[in-house]
Design a protein around this ligand. Structure first.
Ligand code: PEP
Ligand code: MN
Length: 338
């Protein structure tokens, strides 16, 4: 793949001519219009094309190869950070965006209680799984469509946006018809059929890093979504497997600046699944904001002792509200708002 860099004063007509040429040659054009420069990604198979074909077109400044394995996800393709906008929320801008809610949608009462509480504390997005990817087939699998209905009700009551997981390609359209953001979980990060299906929607996708995946593999998974036409991808670091046993996973905090350097997409940290313990969520959440994360995903449950999943790592609403106050100070210290 390569990118065609347009001159800063290139006209719309000249950009269109390049796009037409890309299509004529049997490649798919991906347009990136930044403030500084407009680039056109030339995406296709491994077939090589002579850069000269584009160099001769008016308005073209340069034709560069993208050497990294991920292309549309890379900063080489798009220099400016991507802001994913939904419902008046901007993920990847100055404001730290917090997604909060229980691991699983259990009942309407539970969701409405949590939704009101996290909204009051400053969260912008409500989370809750209706389709749960459980390690054991005997564990609670989620309420399915009934859970989506409950999320819809909570959304209507509070105005909060919704993020919920989809675990099968066949459910993508159904889940997308209810939610503001499609979550693809750690266990499905390399479910390529699911990535493709999500990439064919226009719904923002929240892509969690697999527990045994490298940053490069995460970015290649994002590339599946981007190359299928959906540019609204939000990445999530949620801890990886290590030999350490005192935490559920090991948060790879350096993944935040590493991804920020390599990739233009927003990065969210999930301290709940990273640690597995409610008392560790606060310190780890603060470190994530300090390290440059664009937001957090935090599990909150009105009654963690009786949660149907992940109770041990869930904050009570009051604990969450207190943490939000502390996070605000960290955000300000690093030039962000919350
Ligand atoms: C979740 O967010 O509820 C979840 C299952 O997370 P992960 O995919 O990171 O394990
Ligand atoms: Mn969970």
């Amino acid at each position: 793949m390569m990118i065609v860099v347009m001159k800063s004063d290139a006209t719309i007509k000249q950009v269109s001519a390049v796009i037409k040429k890309v299509e004529e040659l049997g490649f798919v054009p991906h347009l990136s219009q930044g403030e500084e420069r407009t680039t056109i990604g030339v995406v296709g198979n491994e077939r090589r094309v002579d850069p000269q074909v584009f160099m001769v077109l008016p308005g073209v400044e340069d034709v560069l190869p993208i050497l990294k394995p991920f292309k549309l996800a890379s900063r080489d393709f798009k220099k400016e950070s991507t802001v994913v906008a939904l419902n008046g929320i901007r993920i990847g801008a100055k404001e730290i965006v917090v997604m909060a809610g229980p691991c699983a949608v259990e009942s309407e009462e539970q969701m409405l209680t949590v939704a009101e509480a996290v909204k009051k504390a400053g969260a912008k997005i409500l989370r809750g799984g209706a389709f749960k990817p459980r390690t054991s087939p005997y564990s609670f699998q989620g309420l399915g469509k009934a859970g989506l209905e409950i999320l819809k009700t909570a959304r209507e009551h509070t105005g909060l946006a919704i993020v919920t997981e989809v675990i099968s390609p066949r459910d993508v359209d159904l889940v997308a018809s209810y939610t503001d953001i499609l979550q693809i979980g750690a266990r499905n990060m390399q479910n390529f059929a699911l990535l493709e299906a999500a990439g064919k929607t226009t719904t923002p996708v929240f892509l969690k890093r697999g527990m045994m995946s490298t940053v490069e593999e995460l970015l290649m998974s994002a590339e599946y979504i981007l190359s299928n036409g959906n540019g609204k991808v939000i990445l999530c670091e949620r801890g990886i497997r290590s030999f350490e046993k005192y935490t559920r996973n090991t948060l790879d905090i350096s993944a935040v600046p590493v991804i920020k350097k390599l990739c233009h997409l927003p990065v969210i940290v999930d301290p709940s699944h990273a640690t597995g313990q409610a008392d560790l969520v606060g310190p780890v959440a603060k470190s994530a904001v300090a390290a440059g994360a664009d937001g957090l995903m935090i599990e909150v449950h009105p009654d963690p002792e009786h949660a149907m999943s992940d109770g041990a790592q869930s904050l009570r609403p009051a604990e969450f509200a207190e943490l939000m106050t502390e996070l605000r100070q960290i955000a300000h210290a690093v030039g962000r708002s919350l």
